[in-house]
Structure formats: C-alpha cells, structure tokens
Design a protein around this ligand. Structure first.
Ligand code: ZN
Length: 427
C-alpha cells in the first residue's frame, strides 16, 4: 500500500527544538516530589503558560496518600583513602531515588546490600527508586561494583524526606468547545532521555503549536509525576473529567524503534481509531497494542471508575529496549529524526480528531453532477475520495468512518469534504 508521509511543515525544526529542551532538562534530578520537578516546570513555563499546583504530603487521594517530599543536595561513597568513588554530582542515577538520608562508615559486606548494578550490561548504571518504602541505596556500573575491594567505606546521602508537597502543572489551551483533549506525560524521572524527557518536551512543543492554531477542542496538557500524580490529578478533577473526549499519554518519543500505539480500555474510542488510521496510512514501521492494565498513567485514566478514552503513544514500549531505566537512556540514545516523526504523527492524529465530522449529502438521489460545479477533473484519487464522501455522508458516517472504509488518508477525505461543502453538496 502507498504510504503518505506524516505531514507537518516544520517537524524537523521542531525535532531539534525538542532535543535541545531535553538537553537543558537532562541534568536535573527529578523525582515524584521535590525541587527537581519545580525547577523543570519553571523551565517549561518559559515556553508555554503553566498553572503549577502543590498538593500537601499526607493528602488522601483515593486509595493512596501523597508522600513526603524528597530533596537531595549531595551523595557520595568514599573509599578507605577518602577518595570519592561514587559521586551524585557526576550522575544523579547513582542514588536510589527517594533514598532516606544517611551518613555512616561500614565494611564492604554491609555496604553491598545497598548497591545495585546490571550484570548483563556492565557499563550502565541502573535507575532505581524506593518511593513507598523508606530505605537508601546507590546504583553503579557492574564493572565498578566488581572492582570494589574489601575495607571500610564512608557513605553520605544528604537528602531530606519530610512533609512538603507534590508538584504538578497544567497547560490549558482553550478551543471553540469546552470539550477537551487530555495530553498527559510523566515528569518524575531524573537524567533519562527517552523515558521521559522525550515525552515531556514533545508535549511542550505540541502545546506551543496548538496555542497558535484555531482549535475546535480545548487542550489540557498535564506534567505530572507518574502514578501518584495521575491519581492525585484524577482525585482533584473528578467533577470535570466528563469533558475529556480524547486523550493520550506520551512517553518514549525519541528511540530508533517504530511508533507503538496502545489502545484505551474502550478499545474502539475515536482516539484509538484516529491513531490506528494515521499509523496505517503513514508509518512504515509501527504497532498497535491492545489495552492491558499495566504500563504508564493510562492505567489510572483507564481504571474502571473513570474509563476515559485515553491511549498511549510511544515508540518502543518500556522494558523492550535494554537501555530502559539505565544510564544507557541518555542524550545519545534519542534521535532528532525520531522526535520529529513522533511529533508529526501526533499532529496528524490531533488533526483527525479536530476535523472529524458528520455530514449529510444534500443531493442524495443519484450522483450529483460534479462537472457543472467545477469539481469534475478526471478520475483520480481526489475524485474517488469525493465519491466516497458523497456516498457515505448520510449523517451516520463520520469522515473518519469514511476514511477507514475507503482506506484513504483522512486528510484526503477531509479535503474532499471541504470542496463538497463549499459547493453546497454537503450540509
Ligand atoms: Zn520509567
């Protein structure tokens, strides 16, 4: 089948913009709470209007509780000679995220219970968290772990884990309608590029582009810590989630793999159909996954009490690339080309949602004479698209239905409908 390329005039330039924002945010040590998220949101706020919210530790959100706030200034391990062998300032993945403070001297045997490495990828430092169980630890390359010698080590984690708040932000872009498209992305990971600065920064550039467009839907773009952030947001917005007509969770936009779309729990929501249609028409290498109750924040949006039409857009799914949650997921791992393509595909999906309408053929008895209206050229793709639109526009078939049934790109069907509407053949 002939594939249209994803259409977006300036997606290469946008891909470069996304990459440079990722680079700027990369060094910050983020977590599910704390100053790393605040600092990240402050930088994002220079690009798009953001409303930042703080929710106090201890707040009950459904079956969960907003945790204590974690902040870290420094961490290191020194060997017997006082030489720093692990230094948080060099790589923030070295500290198990949410580690409680500690200052102690201990022999290697005792320290080892707090050290984590990846024997299968001995060069990489793993990313580990301990959000809901108070503990401490360090992550290091397996090569370094193997090189440690017997003796006493001095460990220091200069962190605080105290009552504070959870921080998240919303960017709201009003459209003609109060009906909303939700875009959600997790902002809680430290120096990892694909998971998820790629999702965060793609959302920023989507917001920038949407802000200068005439929109039918309103857009709400969430920058939230994973899991607890989505649960907190849903808890605080229960009364208004009915406005959400379509939604996407964004993550992993920059790796070399093909695009993966994971369907919402509803499995045939418009967002599921729009994403599947766009990928089928334009992507060379893609996959569509059915819903499952594991993954990112779609788990919360698609929990049975909400069952929102929210799918997940990524490239290679989490856990299916070895760099996932390791220092291998760095600035060299992601590519401008992939970011550009992900961005263009997302714009194409949103264009389907924005442009999807039901029309009625105003001249339904036999085919209208297109020639006398200047619409008959020769039998080519545009002509066929017009015939499909005329034939199926009975008030019961949307333009997306017609695009799917005719196996024609939505863009072409939409253009045909626009011409027919102008010629007063559609109402
Ligand atoms: Zn992750």
């Amino acid at each position: 089948m002939y594939k249209d390329k994803f259409t977006n005039n300036n997606s290469k330039q946008t891909g470069e913009g996304i990459y440079s924002l990722i680079k700027e945010l990369f060094p910050i040590c983020r977590s599910i709470t704390g100053n790393g998220v605040r600092q990240t949101l402050k930088i994002i706020g220079r690009h798009i209007p953001l409303e930042v919210y703080e929710v106090a530790s201890g707040t009950e959100v459904f079956d969960w509780t907003v945790p204590k706030e974690w902040n870290i200034r420094d961490a290191w391990i020194k060997d017997g000679n006082g030489f720093k062998i692990i230094d948080f300032q060099k790589c923030n993945l070295h500290v198990v995220n949410y580690s409680a403070p500690i200052r102690a001297k201990m022999p290697l045997a005792e320290l080892q219970a707090h050290l984590f490495s990846l024997p299968d990828h001995p060069e990489w430092i793993p990313y580990k968290t301990s959000y809901y169980k108070e503990s401490w630890g360090f992550c290091l390359s397996h090569n370094q772990l193997r090189s440690l010698t017997e003796g006493d080590y001095e460990v220091c984690i200069d962190s605080t884990l105290v009552n504070g708040s959870l921080t998240y932000a919303e960017c709201f872009i009003p459209g003609e309608s109060q009906e909303e498209i939700l875009i959600s992305t997790h902002v809680c990971h430290p120096s990892l590029a694909n998971d998820n600065l790629s999702g965060v920064c793609t959302a920023v550039f989507l917001a920038k582009q949407l802000a200068v467009q005439k929109l039918r839907f309103s857009y709400r773009i969430l920058f939230i810590p994973g899991t607890i952030g989505a649960i907190t947001w849903l808890n605080r917005n229960q009364a208004s989630v009915g406005r959400i007509k379509h939604g996407l969770v964004l993550t992993g936009m920059g790796d070399r793999g093909g695009i993966t779309y994971k369907k919402s729990r509803r499995s045939n929501a418009d967002i599921d159909r729009a994403a599947s249609h766009v990928l089928r028409q334009s992507a060379d290498n893609y996959s569509i996954e059915d819903f499952n109750p594991y993954g990112y924040d779609e788990r919360q949006y698609c929990s049975p009490g909400f069952d929102l039409p929210v799918g997940r857009f990524s490239r290679t799914p989490y856990g299916k690339y070895p760099e996932y949650h390791t220092s291998g997921d760095n600035l060299d791992f992601i590519r401008v080309e992939s970011l550009s393509e992900s961005f263009a595909a997302l714009i194409n999906i949103l264009e389907v949602l924005e442009g999807n309408r039901f029309y009625t053929n105003l001249v339904p008895n036999c085919e209208p004479q297109l020639g006398k209206r200047g619409l008959y050229d020769r039998v080519g793709p545009n002509q066929i698209a017009m015939l499909w639109v005329l034939n199926l526009s009975d008030g019961h078939h949307s333009l997306l239905d017609i695009a799917e049934r005719s196996d024609t790109s939505f863009k072409q069907i939409r253009e045909a409908a626009d011409s027919l509407h102008q010629a007063k053949l559609l109402g």
